[in-house]
Design a protein around this ligand. Structure first.
Ligand SMILES: Nc1ncnc2c1ncn2[C@@H]1O[C@H](COP(=O)(O)OP(=O)(O)OP(=O)(O)O)[C@@H](O)[C@H]1O
Ligand SMILES: [Zn+2]
Ligand SMILES: [Zn+2]
Length: 805
């Protein structure tokens, strides 16, 4: 039995990867195991923090007097051996702290919440007691320490031992429980008791008859009452008489309880699909850690390949993990997985409540779910014995987390594949350049689905030069050919999808007299007009203010709205096509839980003929009656200062085009653009991923960009611009001699959006091919910047950043 535990503590202002030794009280020595959460005292005073036990042993790492563990939070480890090892690797590879990684891997409700409390001591004078506590035994510190005077007064009282500051660790996780009913009498005792009942005790008789049918099983009280027509008061009577026992039953919050699943059967695969499934299944059987790139055009049936390969893993008694970019945006995918695997599926994504996420997580941890579908953080799902990991739309940037730990789910998936000896399938119609380049080199094995299912043709794509269109209809968002096509679809009772590309784009307010643009007071960008709330909002910090009628700068009255929002497009379209039934899908209409799925279901049922939306409608939709796709503004993303701008535009156009003509009727796509000759748009027009890949690789080679170079971005941010800038110049001096001479260091420069939420951002980008000293250097940087963080300066390290904005 171990007496000492090495604990990773949660101290935000003083993070370290070094565990602390604590003594395990004798009573818990048999119980405490690595991976459990504990509450421990930390530092001087009465501070309590949560921590994770990393290991148990008999030798402390430190030979002074050891403090004791205060409480054990879990009955069983919440991080298993794999997860503990993963935490360590994740921290090292993303240059973040292990505790942050451990917390990222677990449902949010398992994070500790700290409450700072003020308590009287035995020496508290009555006057002090009344002033600070009234008649309360303790008060929250923040409630009384409201001014700096109050704080200093309290500190003095604390020094004199007249008050005590105490930290409480609160566990936020709540299990949902229900009463269950269990019989305490056996069959013969029940019959005997029935005989003793007074005449007319109908309820009690019904209760006994019900208990007789249970055969030792426990059922929920609600269920019991309904089935045997017994009221809860009678249950309590039965309990008092010793006929039954009421027990706490745990119930799971099921996010999909109300939605029925239509069970589906495996489809007969076409030749290309069959090759892919065979290869993947073989790797599953052989426990091979092969990474496959499943490169399949839109509508080629990649999903069916995933499902049948996952079924193969399950058939061998293993589990399967499937990652999707953001499930609330692709409800169809969840339906397909649940349709195939039913109750074996657990779903994890940001649209669930914290309680639902916690319950799904526990179902997985207990082995009650063998299939997990989820967005980015589902890559940490505590599945055991994984047989296959699938990552759909592997090129999507939502797989990368923006905050520490800045991990990419693909990297974690590959790590787990090594741990579990299982293959990974990366699927996309438009793979990221990095992935496709690795397949070229043979690091990944490429599987190709070159044709749509049943040899259906890919849609015809027409490019419309908006410079010419604007000369004729200056004010309209719709070119003449697109409008004709829309009318034609209405006449033929077919459906259309219209996408407004909103990347780097917004509707803003401008003064025609002086040119003033209303900007966010905290950030470096213009505010966006929101007609639903009649306010101007900042999409970065959430700042909101009324729409101005008068120019704040020149007090003129010529204030006008510019740019195009989905609402404005919808209004215009209603005027142009009064007979159309339109559904609009954007951040405003999908804010409510489940709204996204509802709108899509409505469109799918044919209630509407036109779906207008932002990028969120580009992926995954599979509606057979959609024969027209229109992209209203293809190029708003092209001008962004980011070397991936062309790649993103190509991916988006290809994905959205792929929504057209997926079933029997042929599809047509119209792309409206001001850059009709841009290569990203031309290659998308011809569905030519391979052509785009070769061209873009040349561009990247010329510019020394990924995948030819690796990149790391370091940012500094501070409320004071000079502080952030100065720190970055110092950092440059510090870095240069530590890195190889061939390594390129760009910057420091202000970020393209230099100010967000009142903080100024500066960045340095390191580009390298081989840099043996980099890991050690960045680790040193991570630890050295701890002290500065406390003064408000924040340093961020981002390995292979996906955004340079
Ligand atoms: N072997 C098959 N036989 C018949 N129909 C199939 C077969 N495989 C897939 N399908 C159907 O073809 C359609 C397109 O498949 P799926 O949605 O999987 O394409 P995808 O490759 O994921 O496309 P995207 O990248 O555009 O999302 C679906 O309706 C699917 O049910
Ligand atoms: Zn802002
Ligand atoms: Zn003005």
């Amino acid at each position: 039995m171990a007496e000492i535990a090495q604990v990773l503590v949660d101290v935000p202002t003083m993070q370290t990867n070094r565990p602390y030794s604590y003594r395990i009280p004798a009573a818990w020595q048999a119980q405490v195991q690595p991976g459990m959460r504990v509450v421990v005292p930390f530092g001087r005073g009465k501070r309590r923090v949560q921590g994770f036990v990393l290991s148990c042993g008999d030798q402390p790492e430190f030979d002074g007097a050891l403090k004791e563990i205060d409480a054990v939070v879990d009955l069983a480890p919440v991080l298993n051996t794999e997860m503990l090892a993963l935490t360590k690797w994740l921290a090292a590879s993303t240059f973040s702290f292990q505790i942050t990684c451990a917390q990222t891997m677990l449902p949010a409700v398992m994070r500790a919440k700290y409450v700072k409390l003020l308590r009287p001591t035995t020496q508290t004078p009555p006057a002090v007691r009344t002033t600070w506590f009234g008649d309360q035994p303790e008060v929250p510190f923040d409630q009384v320490a409201t001014t700096s005077q109050a704080v200093s007064q309290l500190l003095r009282l604390q020094a004199a031992g007249e008050v005590d500051v105490y930290y409480q660790v609160k566990n936020q996780a709540r299990r949902k429980t229900q009463f269950g009913v269990k019989a305490r009498l056996d069959a013969s005792a029940i019959t005997a008791t029935e005989g003793e009942l007074r005449h007319g005790a109908k309820q009690q008789l019904a209760l006994l008859k019900g208990l007789a049918t249970l055969n030792g099983e426990t059922v929920t009280q609600a269920d019991f009452c309904q089935r045997f027509d017994v009221n809860p008061a009678t249950i309590r009577t039965g309990e008092q008489k010793g006929w039954l026992q009421r027990v706490q039953l745990e119930v799971y919050r099921d996010p999909y309880a109300t939605s029925e699943i239509k069970a589906t059967q495996a489809l007969t695969l076409n030749a290309e699909q069959q090759v892919a499934v065979d290869q993947i299944t073989q790797a599953v059987t052989q426990d091979a850690t092969t990474t496959f790139l499943l490169e399949g055009v839109t509508g080629s049936g990649k999903t069916e390949v995933y499902l049948q390969s996952m079924a193969a893993a399950l058939a061998q008694g293993k589990t399967a993990l499937m990652l999707v970019p953001e499930i609330s945006l692709t409800p169809q995918m969840v339906q397909r997985v649940r349709g195939r695997f039913g109750k074996a599926v657990a779903v994890l994504h940001s649209g669930l409540s914290n309680g639902e996420k916690y319950d799904e997580w526990r179902r997985i941890q207990r082995g009650e779910a063998q299939v997990v579908v989820g967005a980015r953080s589902a890559v940490f799902a505590p599945l055991k014995d994984i047989g296959l990991i699938v990552m759909d739309e592997e090129h999507e940037s939502t797989y990368k987390q923006d905050d520490a730990p800045r991990y990419h789910a693909r990297q974690v998936a590959l790590w787990r594949s090594q741990y579990h000896h299982c293959p990974v399938v990366l699927g996309s119609a438009t793979p990221s350049l990095e992935t496709r380049a690795r397949a070229e080199k043979g690091v990944y094995q490429r599987l190709v689905l070159a044709e749509r299912v049943n040899q259906r043709p890919l849609p015809t794509v027409s490019i419309i030069d908006m410079k010419k269109e604007m000369q004729q209809h200056a004010e309209s968002n719709f070119s003449a050919p697109l409008l004709v096509a829309l009318q034609d679809r209405l006449d033929r009772h077919e459906q259309s999808v219209l996408m407004l590309n909103r990347r780097g784009f917004s509707s803003f307010v401008l003064c025609r007299d002086c040119g003033f643009v209303l900007k966010c007071p905290n950030c470096d960008i213009s505010l966006t007009l929101h007609m639903d709330s009649h306010t101007m909002k900042c999409h970065y910090c959430g700042h909101e203010e009324p729409i101005p009628r008068i120019c704040p700068n020149c007090h003129g009255h010529q204030i006008r709205y510019y740019g195009t929002g989905t609402e404005k497009v919808e209004t215009e379209l209603k005027e142009l096509l009064p007979d159309a039934n339109i559904i609009r899908m954007d951040n405003d209409t999908t804010r409510k839980k489940g709204a996204h799925a509802k709108l899509l279901a409505k469109f799918g049922s044919g209630e509407a003929n036109i779906l207008i939306g932002t990028q969120m409608i580009a992926k995954g939709l599979d509606f057979p009656n959609v024969t027209l796709v229109g992209v209203l503004n293809a190029d708003t993303g092209l001008g962004l200062p980011d070397f991936r701008a062309s790649e993103r535009t190509f991916q988006l156009l290809t994905q959205v085009s792929g929504r057209a003509g997926r079933a029997t009727k042929p599809g047509h796509v119209y792309i409206q653009t001001f850059n009709p000759d841009h290569y990203a748009i031309r290659f998308a027009q011809h569905h030519d991923y391979e052509g785009f890949f070769k061209y873009e690789m040349r561009m990247r080679h010329q510019g020394d960009y990924p995948p030819y170079y690796f990149t790391v971005q370091i940012t500094a941010s501070d409320l004071d611009e000079a502080v952030a800038a100065k720190r970055m110049y110092q950092l440059l001096q510090w870095l240069r001699p530590r890195l190889a001479s061939q390594t390129i260091i760009l910057g420091p420069t202000p970020k393209p959006i230099a100010r967000v939420n009142r903080r100024y951002y500066y960045q340095i980008v390191i580009k390298y091919k081989r840099e043996p000293n980099l890991a050690a250097t960045l680790t040193t940087l991570l630890h050295e910047t701890q002290a500065q963080q406390r003064q408000g300066l924040q340093i961020g390290i981002d390995v292979e950043p996906l955004h340079f904005m």
